[in-house]
Design a protein around this ligand. Structure first.
Ligand code: AMP
Ligand code: GLY
Length: 422
């Protein structure tokens, strides 16, 4: 089979790495890819948002399966276009991808179908948003409605912070039209879990649990990022808790999408807060998480390709999904200044020291090759992943590996997975 993976981040590198292990696959292309991916796949110089060119490429190369990594092309309807050309493509169509595209949609869906989530209000008027915040108690959470690269959520400890968030989103339009509406919601307290599942709209096959670390600094401090590290499995995810999430959230959400006339096929990512009154939905994503994919795929024993094909054909009831018992920890190394502005083009050293190290993978994200040297080219630069017999062993191993890599301004969190140990 020939497979095309769309995207260029750490998630896509780990997808390509996993797909490359499938005996069904003879050739992988990645558009646009990155220098790490180019060691496993042929990188094609087409951006992830150039649907027409990607579709032409897939037709010309007789691609048997296209896997879409990021949310933006899914929200733009890449799956609908590929389907028109009878090309097999993994991911939800535009109608279903609204689950991530609009927080207003997803919160209303949750409320309508009685699925547990924080109390909220959707507002499209700047003055009203301000007066609503003034009428509530802090802490309070302010969210831009649309896509904002994981940076559109403000967990505000004070009313002032919340008013600032409203200013940035609705007045300064830092997220563009994604900030035409906001969701203002109750601040939930608890432990976070990311639960990802394959679904063909009828059958649901859940993956192992993972936990992201969204804020930039140790101790969950500082602004939110795309994700600074992850681990899997999450110890608080007992089988009892999983069954409750399956019954109260996962199955009802997939059914709700069917009832709304938006059948969902692909990976559904549910961000959960495990509160004292049970699990509640924080957000949905319509694709693998980044960096959750890096830890989940490192633990996946089964070939992922038949599972993706069964998701597309509606036959997920016919596949098994097996896991390695080892734990996995991923640390993201970011550019100085990220998630704010940062410089690019810093030379990276130490990558060669980690080549072929047992149980260690380095997935590239914001990197570029210049005259045969790897330099930084984005906010999140590299993802170092280690597997070990438990979280503690994997954490020790990952930080040993991370310490070998350096570039000017590099920073990373030193406490990824510590929560799972203490
Ligand atoms: P989201 O993109 O909606 O998952 O939000 C990003 C992060 O903000 C989440 O992973 C949580 O850490 C935090 N967050 C979002 N909504 C809430 C909430 N209602 N209460 C507390 N924290 C939240
Ligand atoms: N790690 C969070 C996300 O992929 O949106």
């Amino acid at each position: 089979m020939k497979v095309l993976v769309i995207g260029s981040g750490g998630r896509e590198h780990s997808l390509v790495w996993k797909i490359a292990q499938s005996p069904l696959v003879s050739k992988i292309f990645c558009a646009p890819g990155n220098p790490g991916i180019s060691e496993l796949a042929e990188c094609v110089d087409i951006a992830a948002d150039q649907t027409g060119r990607l579709c032409k490429f897939a037709v010309k190369e007789n691609i048997d399966l296209t896997v879409v990594g990021p949310e933006a092309p899914l929200v733009d309807g890449i799956v609908d276009t590929f389907n028109k050309y009878k090309l097999k493509v993994f991911g939800p169509d535009k109608k279903a991808a609204i689950l991530e595209d609009s927080k207003v949609f997803s919160k209303c869906l949750l409320k309508k179908h009685g699925i547990p989530t924080a109390d909220f209000k959707c507002i499209d008027d700047y003055q009203y948003a301000r007066s609503y915040i003034l009428s509530r108690e802090a802490p309070i959470v302010v969210k831009a409605d649309g896509l904002s690269k994981g940076k559109g959520v403000f967990v505000c400890k004070t009313t002032d912070e919340a008013l600032h968030a409203i200013d940035s989103i609705m007045k300064d339009k830092v997220f563009g039209s994604a900030g035409n509406q906001v969701v203002i919601e109750e601040c939930l307290i608890g432990e976070e879990i990311s639960l990802l599942a394959f679904t063909d709209g009828r059958n649901i096959v859940a993956m192992e649990s993972s936990q992201d670390h969204k804020t930039v600094f140790d101790g969950d401090k500082g602004p939110n990022t795309g994700g600074m590290g992850a681990y899997s499995p999450v110890p608080i995810m007992t089988s009892e808790l999983y069954l409750r999430i399956e019954r109260d959230i996962l199955v009802p959400t997939v059914h709700a999408m069917n009832r709304e006339g938006r059948p969902y096929k692909g990976v559904i990512y549910i961000g959960l807060m495990i509160t004292s009154s049970g699990p509640m939905v924080l957000e949905f994503n319509v694709r693998f998480g980044d960096p959750e994919a890096q830890v989940i795929l490192s633990r996946m024993k089964s070939d992922i390709v038949p599972i993706m094909l069964a998701t597309i054909s509606g036959e997920l009831d016919k596949v098994d999904l097996e896991w390695f018992p080892e734990a996995s920890v991923c640390v993201v190394i970011a550019s100085g200044g990220y998630p704010g502005s940062y410089d690019k083009g810093k030379g990276i050293t130490g990558l060669d020291l980690l080549n072929d190290q047992d149980g260690i993978s380095v997935f590239h994200a914001g990197t570029k090759s210049v005259d045969g040297k790897i330099v930084t080219n984005g906010g999140r630069v590299l993802n170092v992943v280690a597997c070990g017999e438990d979280i503690e062993a994997a954490q020790k191993k990952v930080y040993e590996a991370v310490s070998k890599i350096s570039f000017d301004g590099a920073h990373y969190r030193r406490d990824i997975a510590s929560k799972a140990i203490t």
